[in-house]
Ligand binder design. Structure first.
Ligand SMILES: Cc1cc2nc3c(=O)[nH]c(=O)nc-3n(C[C@H](O)[C@H](O)[C@H](O)COP(=O)(O)O)c2cc1C
Length: 250
């Protein structure tokens, strides 16, 4: 059969038409599946919240912050700003160098600390348990929602029902991955990780002071219930409660 004759055969025209239509449908199906996959990814990323970039200057001097810091255990019902939450997290474990160094010193720059925050009264942030992600670059940090059901009451329950946690706007939990440090420092690891949590906790307290927030460090808690709450096998080291200070009842 010659080429010209094929082109004029109505049966072939129908066949080509069918092939073209089915190809279009196949592409459409592939695009639909692709867009479904992408939207699932987008939904997954909803759990990660980019934080406001921290500021690196303030009118509040370090000396003034050291001098005036006191443990504050009574808070008003007001919410803390998301910018302030971001600043506190950055001061605690944020990135301060293009080489990945952080705000608090770390033995061997291994950074075994993880920071969690249970937020109940933070503006523009739904209640829940979040995990801090310091990120790779200075100021490019985020939090990931771990569990929207976790409340401050849950944290307080693990900490002898301490009211300062229950009534805080948010409470931070610093944990340590001791095994990370143990690989390099052996039996000194636990001590090093505890020291690091002290550095990070103090940074957070002094930063809270400069933001005129009230903060208290809490060490009286049971480790196991906190571990269960966080869903990790790290060592829970410190709980830090933060809120707007209620000067009337301090
Ligand atoms: C390791 C450690 C654990 C602490 N645990 C608690 C605690 O569980 N509950 C609490 O209300 N305060 C706790 N505090 C805060 C101390 O009570 C407080 O720092 C102390 O009374 C001194 O007061 P100041 O922080 O105002 O200088 C703790 C402090 C440290 C350093």
């Amino acid at each position: 059969m010659g080429y010209e004759r094929m082109g004029h055969n109505p049966a072939h025209t129908v066949t080509w038409g069918f092939i073209m239509i089915s190809t279009v449908f196949r592409y459409a199906a592939v695009l639909t599946v692709l867009s479904m996959v992408l939207s699932v990814d987008a939904r997954g990323n909803d759990a990660v919240i980019q934080l406001p970039a921290p500021t690196f200057e303030s009118d509040y001097s370090l000396e003034e912050a050291i001098f005036s810091r006191r443990s504050v255990r009574s808070y008003t019902a007001d919410s803390v700003a998301l910018e302030d939450l971001a600043q506190l997290l950055w001061a605690c474990q944020g990135i301060t160098s293009p080489r990945g160094y952080r705000a608090a010193p770390s033995a061997g720059a291994l950074y075994p600390l993880e920071v969690y925050v249970v937020a109940e009264r933070v503006k523009d942030l739904p209640q829940g348990l979040y995990h801090y992600q310091p990120g790779q670059d200075i100021g490019n940090h985020s939090i990931e929602l771990i569990d929207p059901e976790v409340s401050l009451q849950d944290v307080a329950n693990a900490a002898l029902g301490q009211k300062c946690i229950q009534t805080s706007a948010c409470s931070f939990i610093i944990t340590g991955v001791v095994e990370l440090t143990r690989k390099k420092y052996g039996e000194r690891a636990r001590q090093y990780v505890l020291l690091e949590a002290g550095h990070a906790g103090q940074n957070l307290c002094l930063q809270a002071q400069t933001l005129e927030l009230g903060a208290v460090t809490v060490g009286a808690f049971h480790e196991e219930p906190l571990r269960r709450l966080l869903g990790v096998d790290h060592l829970p080291i410190y709980v830090l409660s933060v809120g707007i200070p209620d000067h009337g009842s301090r």
